[in-house]
Design a binder for this molecule. Structure first.
Ligand SMILES: [Zn+2]
Length: 451
């Protein structure tokens, strides 16, 4: 058998790494073999490098900063080895809470993206549930809601009665309902008190969002999901006690999954103190001991997946927070760096297997969100890969990254493991130096819900 294309190297499969070949036809994996002599019209041998299923990042914000968008964001994603991401619905100026806006966004995506992208939907603060099923028919991958109000129109706190309605509506669709989970009242009142007494040093951000603002919000949602039968997902878990609670509720029959973002494993509140605005995110960074608790849960399999919560602010926006942390916008970029940073932290430093890395960076995301034909190196799956050189050591510098490194609180870190190539549906989209495809190569990935 002669394949259109054959890729050789150390293949990261579900339970093992094997030296072998992948036969590819029509952008799909046709054969996975331990035979290193598979033949093809085009053969690429990656030698000792590791070939992973392309990373899938379920949590990205392309349009919270109007200067960004699909083109710039997917470009970073290609460079970072993230072959598919799901874009959040809290866009400026309008959130994605009806099918007109959703369909418009799909048109833009298909024109501009260089990696594959699925879309989140959301609902308005009141009377939004009738929009849920039409959005599923339009292809929404999942729904994001919040217990914390960032903006009444764009990023509202959904009242309890509306959450119950939404959960009931979604229960039989197979579609996830995900929450930003922080207690609005406690955070708002503590922040006000701190600002009134001029306590606006860097650590004030963590102090005004104590762990119980997260744990209590998550508890309520898990109880709601238990009674409604909804498929719940908690985004950006920052604290190990939240994971204790999620584990307990899973055991008691709630359908709930946990996501954390790479900063909650790699940084702690000392980084917030040191870097200030660049290390400001919601929920905030926690103590060193609490971060170790997150790692213990990752080892035990209690974190389903790791995302970036990528948002690229302009450096000038972050600058506003020097001297008063409350003035800086929250969040940091990640698409270009999450794969090497997590590879370094998990595989190079902490003894996780490459297969365990693939699971939380790709496979579990595809399964939980219903991203069809992605997340594994297996026959019938899309030929989406990220190739990593596990021995290559490097350090972030301005000339190496397209992300402004002033936005990344990892500047002094030596990183072992580097993205050498990114392949989507059989085609090299990043060759280690340049992005190789035109805008529009990326495809819209439709959700797999039923109404
Ligand atoms: Zn987010």
């Amino acid at each position: 058998m002669n394949y259109e294309q054959v890729i050789k190297g150390n293949l990261v499969l579900e339970n093992d790494v094997v030296k072998g070949s992948i036969g590819i036809s029509d952008g799909r994996v046709d054969r996975v073999s331990t035979d290193v002599k598979l033949e093809g019209d085009a053969v690429k041998d990656f030698g000792e490098k590791l070939i992973f299923p392309g990373a899938i990042d379920v949590h990205v914000h392309c349009f919270s900063n109007p200067d960004e968008g699909f083109e710039k964001t997917t470009y970073l994603s290609a460079k970072g080895g993230v072959t598919t991401f799901l874009d959040m619905p809290y866009d400026l100026p309008n959130p994605v809470n009806n099918t007109d806006i959703f369909k418009q966004k799909v048109v833009e995506l298909e024109k501009e993206a260089v990696v594959d992208v699925g879309l989140w939907g959301t609902i308005s603060k009141k009377k939004g549930t009738p929009d849920l099923k039409p959005l599923i028919e339009a292809g929404a991958m999942s729904f994001k809601m919040s217990t914390f109000e960032t903006d009444e129109y764009r990023f509202p706190k959904i009242p309890n009665d509306e959450i119950i309605k939404a959960m009931k509506t979604l229960a039989d669709t197979g579609i996830l309902v995900a929450f930003h989970s922080e207690d609005d009242e406690i955070v708002k009142s503590m922040t006000k008190e701190y600002q009134e007494t001029s306590k606006h040093y860097n650590l004030a951000h963590t102090e005004t969002r104590p762990p119980y603002t997260e744990t209590s919000a998550v508890l309520k949602l898990m109880e709601f999901a238990y009674w409604t039968g909804a498929k719940l997902h908690i985004v950006h878990v920052s604290h190990p006690r939240t994971l204790d609670l999620i584990k307990m509720f899973k055991e008691m029959g709630t359908n709930v999954s946990a996501e954390t973002c790479y900063p909650y494993l790699l940084l702690d509140k000392e980084d917030l103190e040191k870097y200030g605005p660049a290390a400001k995110m919601n929920p905030p960074l926690r103590t060193k001991e609490e971060v170790e608790g997150m790692w213990r849960h990752l080892k035990e399999g209690n974190i389903d997946l790791i995302s970036s919560d990528h948002i690229r602010w302009n450096a000038a926006d972050k600058e506003r927070g020097h001297g008063n942390i409350f003035k800086a916008p929250s969040g940091l970029p990640g698409l270009e760096v999450i794969v090497p940073l997590m590879f370094d932290a998990m595989v190079s430093r902490r003894d996780f297997s490459p297969s365990a890395f693939a699971k939380v960076m790709s496979t579990n995301a595809a399964e939980r969100f219903g991203v069809a034909h992605k997340g594994r190196i297996e026959e019938g799956y899309d030929a989406d890969f990220v190739v990593i050189d596990p021995e290559k050591e490097w350090q972030m510098s301005a000339d190496m990254l397209d992300t402004d490194i002033s936005l990344l609180p990892f500047r002094d870190r030596r990183i072992k493991g580097k993205v050498m190539e990114t392949i989507i549906r059989g085609r090299t989209v990043f060759d280690g130096q340049e992005v190789m495809v035109e805008s529009g190569y990326g495809k819209f990935i439709k959700g797999s819900g039923t109404v």
